[in-house]
Design a binder for this molecule. Structure first.
Ligand code: NAP
Length: 500
């Protein structure tokens, strides 16, 4: 069950949103009374409520907005109980001073904004003993496995429990709460009024993560990265699973560099079925694998993990290589051009020498294309050029030589710096193929300028969808709904720009 949190400064907005949520069939709403700017009219807010409500009035020290006296706050909470509110949220230190009354159920809550304490069980026992109907623990996750400790506590508790990890690392604990048997999870109604770090807006939790459909048997997938907040893989994979009727959820896992091994060792506890891997783990992850798909050894990087259900053996794949080549091939075929031959690609200039550049350089080399690398950091260009037996040009000299194809494998042109391009338009020629790996936006400045010149163009969306589609095949053993994936990606990239 999702409890939708409402935080508005004025009674009338709060009531409008509460009525709206009632009409939407929401099971539980939290009224954050601490956000109300005037004297709190508890009776008015609780009269004719369309669904069960939690009355919460948070102090600043617990992450709230309450600025008046503690005595006034306690009066607000006592009044809510006297008015028969369905649940009242009481922090542990005031739980004893506000006794049980009527039918109101008591949520005894505890917050730690610095860490997730080691002794979560001891903390839970202490809170449950404060005459709790529901125990609520919200702590900052500093390590991805803090989520696990919290979720396992929730699953083992006999008292109904809500255990959430705050911060971006803690996002999985919010989405998987129901899978581990939590009484409910919290989600803010309004995406602009996020109340605690790492919260997921209600609509997103319902529509993208399909929270209510997650059960203990739902398979868990995700992307491990740092940073991970910008990743559109959850949008694409969750949409694909929903369309294909697959019982799976795909999450963003913020995994800092040093924590990769800990996360992989504990994969069974989540339980993880597969992972996408991106910056900064693509290379390190290979060392943890028991087996590898094509190209991983030669390229030294993987972007996909699949865990065996029984043995938990970890196999890694690189779907970037096939995706990049397939994206170019499809685009060239549509434009009646192929690799090699009179009209085909013989030479490519790749801008950038990171993970994307490496996959593309490797894939094109396999197709017999002569690769030249231009990167800001010349040592990285040299390392990559050696891998593919290619050439290096200085970043400043990238416009000089003629190439059949130019690939942007840098973030230049990516949202929000959409007015930047890594390759000046005056050096583009109509015979060139221009491949921009940036997918947000799809129509980068480089793409637009290349189209104006009459170049054949391949966009980052085509590569992104193909690498995700390959992952889908590996994990779910069936043909991916590529059209759904492409549409989800395009909608997400356009909505990011509309919101901002
Ligand atoms: P990465 O490993 O961090 O490599 C980034 C490369 O870009 C490095 O060579 C870096 O040079 C260079 N670079 C960064 N900022 C630059 C700037 N302002 N001027 C010149 N060079 C700059 O990242 P990656 O994983 O390869 O990703 C690169 C881009 O590819 C991403 O931004 C993304 O848009 C795109 N991508 C697309 C897909 C897809 O499926 N469409 C998949 C992966 C990546 P230094 O070494 O000097 O920092």
């Amino acid at each position: 069950m999702i409890c939708v949190s409402l935080a508005r400064g004025r009674h009338r907005y709060l009531l409008t949103e509460l009525r709206h949520l009632g009409q939407q069939g929401v099971d539980l709403v939290e009224l954050r009374l601490d956000c109300i700017q005037r004297k709190v009219q508890v009776k008015r807010l609780l009269a004719d409520r369309p669904c069960p409500v939690i009355a919460t009035c948070r102090r600043k020290q617990d992450g709230g907005h309450w600025e008046r006296t503690e005595a006034e706050r306690l009066t607000v909470l006592r009044t809510a109980i006297a008015e028969g509110v369905d649940y009242v949220d009481l922090e542990d230190d005031i739980a004893k001073s506000i006794p049980r009354f009527g039918s109101t159920r008591r949520i005894i809550s505890f917050h730690d904004f610095k860490r997730t304490p080691d002794d979560l069980q001891g903390l839970h026992d202490y809170l449950a003993d404060l005459d709790a109907d529901v125990v609520k623990i919200a702590t900052l996750a500093n390590h991805p496995n803090d989520n696990l400790r919290m979720l396992e506590l929730v699953r083992s508790s006999s008292t109904p429990t809500v255990g959430l990890c705050m911060g971006e690392i803690g996002t999985p604990s919010r989405v998987l709460a129901g899978q581990f048997g939590a009484a409910f999870t919290f989600a803010p109604f309004n995406p602009e009024k996020i109340l605690a770090p790492g919260q997921i807006p209600w609509k997103q939790l319902c529509e993208m993560y399909r929270y209510d459909a997650i059960t203990p048997s739902t398979k868990v997938y995700g992307v491990i990265a740092d940073p991970v907040g910008h990743s559109l893989s959850p949008v694409v994979h969750n949409a694909a699973c929903a369309a294909a009727g697959i019982d799976a959820v795909y999450l963003p896992f913020l995994v800092p560099k040093g924590h990769l091994g800990d996360v992989l060792k504990n994969s069974k506890r989540w339980p993880l079925a597969g992972l996408s891997v991106t910056i900064p783990h693509k290379e390190n992850v290979v060392g943890f694998a028991s087996s590898q798909g094509d190209s991983v050894e030669e390229i030294g990087a993987a972007n996909t993990i699949s865990f065996d259900d029984e043995t938990r053996a970890m196999k890694v794949f690189n779907t970037d290589v096939t995706a990049a080549v397939a994206a170019i091939q499809a685009s060239l075929a549509a434009q009646e051009v192929g690799f090699g031959g009179r009209l085909g690609l013989k030479t490519v200039l790749i801008l950038g020498a990171g993970g994307a550049a490496r996959a593309i350089a490797f894939g094109l080399k396999q197709q017999g294309v002569e690769v030249t690398i231009a990167s800001r950091t010349v040592e990285r260009s040299q390392t990559l050029a050696e891998l593919v037996n290619g050439k290096v040009v200085e970043w400043s000299g990238r416009h000089r030589l003629p190439y059949d194809c130019v690939v942007n494998a840098t973030p230049i042109g990516m949202h929000p710096k959409v007015n930047e391009t890594p390759f000046e338009a005056k050096h583009l020629r109509p015979y060139m193929v221009v491949f921009d790996t940036v997918y947000n936006p799809e129509n980068t400045m480089l793409v637009k300028e290349a189209q104006d010149v009459g170049c054949k163009v391949v966009t980052g969306v085509e590569m992104f969808v193909r690498q995700a589609a390959e992952q889908f095949k590996i994990w779910h053993g069936q043909e991916p709904p590529e059209g759904v994936m492409r549409m989800a990606l395009k909608q997400a990239t356009s909505s990011v720009r509309i919101i901002e």
